[in-house]
Each structure stands twice: as structure tokens, then as C-alpha cells.
Design a protein around this ligand. Structure first.
Ligand SMILES: Cc1cc2nc3c(=O)[nH]c(=O)nc-3n(C[C@H](O)[C@H](O)[C@H](O)COP(=O)(O)OP(=O)(O)OC[C@H]3O[C@@H](n4cnc5c(N)ncnc54)[C@H](O)[C@@H]3O)c2cc1C
Length: 459
């Protein structure tokens, strides 16, 4: 590797109170929450739209509810509310989400089925940011950070206009990759403990036929009913046990890293079929990431062939949508003041500085939050160690793999975003330079007034 020394350069600079780096699942909610508190907020997103993996990879949004069906007799509770709930209500009103539907099989995994139309999601997310007056920088990458001791004073952004600096009081890293934390010199690990993926949408394929076929062959694993193409009570989520169909199909699907679950809100369309690939190294390695992009596109075409072979009437199926880039389940894991453990998750522990409650675990029924309860997500778990004004949210927090199988899920990331955006804005308004000096009771009262549900407070 050769190195090049760059001479001093002059950049145009903007000034903000709060900058959110990464306009994905968590970042959108952080930006809306901060701007609603009246502080000057910027959101920087490398793609041309916002929404991140919520609009690219995830089949169902897990989960606004506790696992009420898995534990008969348990009270059914909507345990995530606030801004995420507001967004889902808006999406549902536009037929861009299914609303909440009872899972009818395999409800030990999730009792609630909520599917979104990813294109409506992208539009509504951006609309909400505009309404709050967030300065949106899309097609813009956060490339570097400026620091003074343990503070970030600004970020260097790069887009078609070149490089600019945005100066700021508070920073939220919601890049998924943890780019900002890494540039700022924060501690992190790169566990490489998940496959990366590219989820595709398939047109010309019928979810009713998929359901009937699985049922007839005694291979139905999961399903839910909800609104589809203007009619209620339709199949919107299905999964099958392909090994039961024919061990060869199961083997081929496994080789392709294909998840056989799909969701949809439209006739003749599978919104998601996930293809997975475990990279030899962490996805921050750009050479290997480029190889993964190609490998996943190859797998998509092989998977389409297999689906056409298996699902009746799908001879003319085609790939209608893919994610513009590999989606990851984690890259860097950022060291924060508190690191929640799986024991705490499954035992439903709440903390003295909870910022929201959550009850879903992706490894259910093996790991579930006991008795259909919830655990609390502590404020400290998103404060980047040894940094004064930096939050980390979304998939990049929680080192314990099993605990991460809960905290990384969409609805948790959304709620983390609201909490961090609110906290950052309060720090600015209360003139707290260090995020640890924010009085928790102010944060709690503000989140509660903004309709965040604290499950342990219920009567
Ligand atoms: C394939 C797949 C399937 C999943 N399925 C489900 C599911 O069915 N249900 C569920 O609940 N969860 C699911 N998850 C998990 C969940 O969706 C994610 O963990 C969560 O959405 C991550 O949110 P995030 O905000 O951390 O990251 P993201 O949503 O990825 O947001 C990060 C954003 O930052 C941007 N960005 C990155 N670097 C920079 C930079 N340097 N400068 C500017 N912008 C940058 C990215 O473009 C992106 O928009 C799935 C995850 C994957 C990968």
C-alpha cells in the first residue's frame, strides 16, 4: 500500500445542534425526535433515500407487542409506542403497512405480524423528516470526524459537491457500520458473527399458491392473515419447511442461504426473499464486501430458479426489486457505558435509566423474554465509552450475540433512535456538554410525554 500526504484544505462549513449520521432504521427516528424538540438537526445518509434496512431487508417488523400468544393468560400489550407507532399508523393509513395482525402459526416466535411496503416506507420516512424541518443530506457520506479531546466537533461529509464540514454539539452514529465511532477513536470489536444479505422482491408469484402448496405437503411452518391488494383476511406472511417437501429443495435453499419466509401486501408479489452469505471477514473489508455483492446477486438468480421449480404457477416470476447494497446484521460493535446481556434480556430486567421497553427475541422459542414480559433498554447502553457527545444506536450496540438477537431488531432500533434523538436535543437545550450529565428524570418525563411506553410503570 502506498500512502499520500494531503496538504491543508479549506472546507465550507455548516453549523448544527445535532447531526445524525446514517438515515436508516434508527437514524430516521433520531432525526425526527431531535428536530421536534426545536434544535437545529441534520441527517446525513449515503443513499438517495432514507429508511435503511427497514426498507431493504426485513420481512416483518419485530415487534411492537409482547409475546402474548406464546404465554397463554398473559396480557396482550403494545410495548413499543411513541414515534415508531406514529410512523406505522401513517403507513397503514396509506396502505403501506398491514397494521397489526395475529400470527396464526409459530406465534412462539412473534405473536404479531406487521408487514410494510418498502417503497411507501421510504416516502413516508422522508415526508416526516421534511415536516420536522430536518436538513436532509442524502447521497452524502460521512467520511471523517473532527475531534477535540473526547468531543466530536464536526463531521466531514462527501457528495457530488465535494467535501464539506458540518460543525455540531451532539452526534448520533446510526450508520449501522459504526463509521463515526471508529473515526472518532472509540473502542469497538468486529465479531463477524452473522451472514450479510440481499433481500429481493419477486413479481409474478402467488403467495396463496405457496401457502396451499405447503399446506398440501404438510410443510407449512408459519402464516398470518391481513390486508392485501385492498382485501382483508388474505395471506400476508408464509414460511415453509422445505426439507419436508423434498430434502433436495431444503439442501439447495440452505446452500443459497435462502430464507423461505416471505411477506407481502400485494397480489402476485413476494416482498422479501432473503439471500444470505457469511463473509470470511467483517463487512467493513471493502474488497470482500465487493465480492459479497456479486456472490449475493448470483444467489438471487439461483434462488429465483429454485422458487420457479417449487412454487406452482410461478414460471414467469422475475426479480422485481433488490437492495441497492448488501445489508448487514452487524459490522462494528461499539463499546458503550453499559452492555446488556442475554440473561438480562430473557429475565426481563428493567433498569433505573430505561428509555423504552422491548419483548421480542429473534431466537424464540429457544430464547424468549420470560412469561411474555419485557426488558428495559438503558440510556447508558447507547453512550459511547470515553466520548462526551456521541451516541451509538441500532445494530451496533450490544456485544452478547444472543442479546443482540433481540436489540438489533427493527422496532428496537426505531425506539433507540427516538431515545437518542430526544436525549441529544435535551442536552443541547439544557446546555449539557456531556451526555452523562443529562438528568435522567428529564429524559424520562420527555419520552413519556411523547408516548413512549415504560412497561414497568403499568398498573
Ligand atoms: C437481511 C436482513 C433481514 C432482517 N430481517 C429482519 C426482520 O425480518 N425483522 C426485524 O425486526 N429485523 C430484521 N433485521 C434486523 C434489522 O432490520 C436491522 O438490525 C435494523 O434495521 C438496523 O437498523 P440500523 O439503524 O442500525 O441500520 P440501518 O437501517 O442499516 O441504517 C444505517 C444507515 O446508515 C447509512 N450509512 C452507513 N454508513 C454511512 C456513512 N458513512 N455515511 C452516511 N450514511 C451511512 C446506510 O446507508 C443506512 O441507511 C434484518 C436485518 C437484515 C440485514
Amino acid at each position: 500500500m502506498e500512502y499520500v500526504l494531503q496538504s491543508e484544505r479549506k472546507f465550507p462549513a455548516g453549523k448544527y445542534d445535532v447531526i445524525i449520521c446514517g438515515g436508516g432504521t434508527s437514524g430516521v427516528f433520531a432525526a425526527i425526535a431531535a428536530a421536534r424538540k426545536g434544535v437545529k438537526t441534520a441527517l446525513v445518509e449515503s443513499k438517495g433515500y432514507v429508511g435503511g434496512i427497514a426498507a431493504e431487508g426485513g420481512c416483518g417488523l419485530h415487534s411492537f407487542y409482547n409475546l402474548w400468544k406464546a404465554f397463554p393468560g398473559t396480557e396482550k400489550r403494545k410495548v413499543v409506542r411513541g414515534l415508531p407507532e406514529e410512523m406505522i399508523n401513517r403507513l397503514t393509513a396509506l396502505h403501506g403497512a398491514s397494521g397489526h395482525n395475529e400470527t396464526l402459526m409459530n406465534y412462539g416466535y412473534d405473536s404479531d405480524t406487521l408487514c410494510v411496503d418498502v417503497e411507501v416506507y421510504k416516502y413516508v420516512a422522508m415526508q416526516m423528516l421534511h415536516e420536522e424541518g430536518v436538513d436532509i443530506y442524502v447521497n452524502t457520506m460521512v467520511a471523517e470526524v473532527l475531534t477535540e479531546g473526547s468531543r466530536i466537533t464536526g463531521v466531514v461529509i462527501v457528495n457530488h459537491q465535494g467535501s464539506q464540514v458540518l460543525l455540531t454539539k451532539m452526534v448520533i452514529d446510526s450508520t449501522g457500520y459504526g463509521d463515526v465511532c471508529a473515526r472518532a477513536g472509540a473502542d469497538y470489536t468486529e465479531p463477524n458473527d452473522y451472514a450479510v444479505a440481499n433481500s429481493m422482491g419477486i413479481g409474478g408469484i402467488d403467495i396463496d399458491k405457496y401457502y396451499q402448496f405447503l399446506k398440501k405437503n404438510d410443510a407449512l411452518k408459519e402464516y398470518a392473515l391481513g390486508p392485501r391488494s385492498g382485501r382483508d383476511g388474505q395471506i400476508i406472511r408464509v414460511d415453509g419447511n422445505w426439507n419436508k417437501l423434498d430434502s433436495n429443495f431444503g439442501k439447495k435453499a440452505a446452500e443459497l442461504g435462502m430464507h423461505t419466509v416471505t411477506t407481502t401486501l400485494h397480489d402476485n408479489y413476494f416482498m422479501f426473499i432473503k439471500l444470505n452469505y457469511h463473509m470470511p471477514v467483517s463487512p467493513t473489508d471493502v474488497k470482500e464486501l465487493s465480492a459479497a455483492e456479486f456472490e449475493l446477486r448470483r444467489r438471487q438468480f439461483e434462488a429465483l430458479k429454485l422458487l420457479k421449480e417449487v412454487i406452482p404457477g410461478s414460471e414467469n416470476a422475475f426479480i422485481a426489486r433488490t437492495s441497492p447494497a448488501v445489508t448487514i446484521r452487524r459490522a462494528r460493535c461499539i463499546s458503550c457505558d453499559y452492555d446488556i446481556s442475554n440473561e438480562e434480556v430473557i429475565n426481563g430486567v428493567h433498569f433505573s435509566d430505561d428509555v423504552f421497553s422491548y419483548g421480542f427475541h429473534d431466537e424464540a422459542p429457544h430464547f424468549q423474554v420470560k412469561n411474555g414480559e419485557t426488558y428495559g433498554f438503558p440510556y447508558r447502553a447507547m453512550l459511547v465509552k470515553n466520548m462526551e457527545n456521541l451516541f451509538a444506536v441500532g445494530m451496533m450496540v450490544t456485544s452478547d450475540h444472543h442479546a443482540h438477537m433481540s436489540t438489533r431488531n427493527t422496532v428496537s432500533c426505531m425506539a433507540q433512535g427516538q431515545a437518542a434523538g430526544t436525549a441529544a436535543a435535551l442536552c443541547v437545550k439544557l446546555k449539557k456538554d456531556n451526555v452523562r450529565d443529562l438528568p435522567y428524570k428529564e429524559l424520562y418525563a420527555t419520552l413519556k410525554a411523547d408516548n413512549v411506553w415504560f412497561d414497568q410503570d403499568r398498573q
